[in-house]
Design a binder for this molecule. Structure first.
Ligand code: NAP
Length: 470
C-alpha cells in the first residue's frame, strides 16, 4: 500500500515489508517514509487545516457517517487485514472493526455537540454592560502516533475526533501494522474527506519519530504506545499539547463473596485477549484466601482449554505474538521469574511467535512480571487476606489504567472504586472492558489526558472567548 500525503497516495523505492506474525511471510509493503515525506505531510496539513476549519460541521458529519458505512460494507476485509498484519484472531479482529464503526459514528454524533456557553460578565463589578460567550475552535495540526495492538480502532480514536473538531492530522501508524490505518484513510477519502486534512506517513519511529515530534507545526501530539517512546517524545516535543495513552499491568481483585465462575471466565478472557498485548489486559489477580484454591482451579482449567495457533482459523482462541523478538522477551521474563521462585501453574513455553497462555502463583513482588507491563499472555495469581491488602498490592506499581473487582458487596465495590489508583474501575468485570464513548485513560505512568470521542474532542479543541462591551 502507499502513504497518504497531500492530495496523493505516495510510493517510494525504499519499502518496509509487512509480515504475518504467525509465519513471518510478507503480506504487503509500505513505503519507508523519510524527512522529505514529513515535510510534505506537514505542508499539506497546514493547507488541510485551513480546509477543515472552514468545512461546515454538517459536512464533517456526513463524511464521518459515510466512512462508517463504507467500513460496514467491508467489515470482513478490514477484519482479515487486522488479523493478517497483527496478532488478533479473526474473531477478535471482527470485534475491533465493529468498535471502529462505533468510534467513527460517535465522532460524527459528537461533532454537532462541540458547544460553548454564555459567560455572566456582569458577575464582576464594572462589567455590567458586557455580554459574551465562549465557543470551541479546532486546535490545528495534530500529530497522531499509534501502536500495533489495535491497528484500526486506536487510529480511529485519533482521526475521528480530530476531523470532527475541524483539525488536520499527520498520522504515523506502527511499522508492523500500517495496513489497517491506510485502509481507514482510503475509506475517509472515498467518503469525501477533502485531501490534505489527513496525511499518513509510514516509517520507523526510530528513524522519523524525532523529526515528526520536533516540528513546530503540530499544536498537539496524541500518542498511544509504550512509556519508553512516550518519555522520548515528551523530551523532544517542545511547546505542544500532549495526550499520552500508555500501558499498564492491570489488577483484578476477587473477593470471597464473588461469583467465581464469572470471575474466572471474564479474567481468562481479559488476560489472553490479543495474546495479552492489550493495555487493559489482566496481569495481576488478587484472590481472597477463602476462595483462592477454587478460583485457581477454575482459572487454570479454563486457560488450559485455550487453543493457540493460526490467527485466521475460526477456532483459534489465541494467535501469535507480534514479533519473535517480543515473544523472546516474554520468555526471558518468565525464565527470570522462575529463577526467582515463582511457581508455574500452566504454559510458559514458546514456539516461534506462539506463546502458551501462562499462569503463575507466588510471583515475587520484585519480578518484572509483577511490576512491569508484560504485554504478553502471562498472568499471576496472588493470595490475599483482606480487601485492604488487595488494594494496597494493586496500587503498589507505577501504572494505573484500569482496575477491577469481583464482589457481591456494595461496601467492597465502593471501597475499591474509592481507593484504586486508576482511570477506570470495573465491578464484576475484568479490567479489559471498554466502550468507545467513555472517558479512557490512566493515572501515574499509564498516561496523561483522556480519549473517548467527547473527551478527545475537548483535548483537540480550544475555547475562544467573545465579549461585547455594549
Ligand atoms: P511503542 O513501541 O511505544 O510504539 C508506539 C508508536 O510509537 C509506534 O508507531 C512507534 O513506531 C512509535 N515510536 C516509537 N519510537 C518513537 C519515537 N522515538 N518517536 C516517535 N514515535 C515513536 O508501542 P507498541 O509496542 O506499538 O504498543 C504497545 C504499547 O502501547 C504498550 O505499552 C501498550 O500498553 C500501549 N497501549 C496503550 C493504549 C492506551 O490506550 N492506553 C492502547 C494500546 C496500547 P514504530 O512502530 O516504527 O516503532
Amino acid at each position: 500500500m502507499r502513504m497518504l500525503i497531500g492530495d496523493q497516495w505516495v510510493d517510494k523505492e525504499e519499502k518496509i515489508e509487512v509480515c504475518n506474525p504467525y509465519d513471518n511471510q510478507p503480506i504487503d509493503t509500505v513505503p519507508s517514509g523519510d524527512i522529505e515525506d514529513i515535510e510534505a505531510a506537514y505542508q499539506a496539513a497546514v493547507e488541510g487545516f485551513k480546509i477543515n476549519r472552514r468545512l461546515p460541521v454538517h459536512q464533517r458529519i456526513s463524511i464521518l457517517y459515510r466512512t462508517a458505512d463504507i467500513i460496514k460494507t467491508r467489515q470482513e476485509e478490514f477484519a482479515v487485514t487486522i488479523a493478517s498484519e497483527g496478532s488478533k484472531t479473526i474473531r477478535e479482529a471482527r470485534k475491533e472493526v465493529s468498535r471502529c464503526i462505533d468510534t467513527i459514528t460517535i465522532s460524527a454524533e459528537e461533532a454537532r455537540r462541540v458547544i460553548g456557553e454564555t459567560i455572566p460578565f456582569d458577575s464582576r463589578e464594572g462589567s455590567e454592560n458586557r455580554v459574551g460567550y465562549y465557543y470551541r475552535f479546532p486546535i490545528g495540526i495534530i500529530l497522531a502516533i499509534t501502536p500495533f495492538n489495535d491497528p484500526l480502532n486506536l487510529v480511529a480514536h485519533k482521526i475521528g475526533p480530530a476531523i470532527a473538531g475541524g483539525n488536520a492530522v499527520v498520522l504515523k501508524p506502527a511499522t508492523v501494522t500500517p495496513l489497517s490505518a491506510l485502509k481507514l484513510g482510503q475509506a475517509l477519502i472515498e467518503a469525501g474527506l477533502p485531501w490534505k486534512i489527513l496525511n499518513i506517513v509510514t516509517g520507523y519511529g526510530s528513524k522519523i519519530g524525532e523529526a515528526l515530534v520536533k516540528d513546530p507545526r503540530p499544536r498537539m501530539i496524541s500518542f498511544t504506545g509504550g512509556t519508553e517512546a512516550a518519555q522520548r517524545i515528551i523530551s523532544q516535543a517542545g511547546l505542544k499539547k500532549i495526550g499520552m495513552e500508555l500501558g499498564s499491568n492491570s489488577p483484578v481483585i476477587v473477593m470471597d463473596d464473588a461469583d467465581l465462575e464469572q470471575a474466572a471466565e471474564l479474567s481468562v478472557s481479559g488476560a489472553f485477549w490479543a495474546v495479552g498485548q492489550n493495555c487493559i489486559g489482566v496481569q495481576r489477580i488478587y484472590i481472597h484466601q477463602d476462595v483462592y484454591e477454587e478460583f485457581e482451579d477454575k482459572f487454570v482449567a479454563r486457560t488450559k482449554r485455550m487453543k493457540v495457533g493460526y490467527q485466521l482459523d475460526e477456532s483459534t482462541d489465541m494467535g501469535p505474538m507480534i514479533t519473535e523478538m517480543e515473544a523472546e522477551r516474554v520468555e526471558r521474563w518468565v525464565k527470570e521469574a522462575l529463577e526467582d521462585g515463582a511457581e508455574l501453574l500452566t504454559g510458559g513455553k514458546r514456539h516461534g511467535t506462539l506463546f502458551q497462555p501462562t499462569v503463575f502463583r507466588n510471583m515475587p513482588s520484585r519480578a518484572k512480571l509483577n511490576c512491569e507491563e508484560v504485554f504478553g499472555p502471562v498472568v499471576s495469581l496472588y493470595r490475599v487476606s483482606s480487601l485492604d491488602e488487595a488494594i494496597s498490592q494493586a496500587n503498589s506499581v507505577r501504572y494505573g489504567l484500569h482496575g477491577a473487582i469481583f464482589t457481591r458487596s456494595l461496601d467492597h465495590a465502593f471501597k475499591a472504586i474509592r481507593e484504586l489508583d486508576v482511570g477506570g474501575v470495573m465491578v464484576n468485570d475484568s479490567t479489559d472492558y471498554r466502550i468507545d464513548m467513555m472517558p479512557f485513560g490512566g493515572v501515574k505512568w499509564s498516561g496523561l489526558g483522556r480519549e473517548g470521542i467527547k473527551f478527545a474532542l475537548l483535548e483537540m479543541t480550544e475555547p475562544k472567548v467573545v465579549c461585547f462591551n455594549l
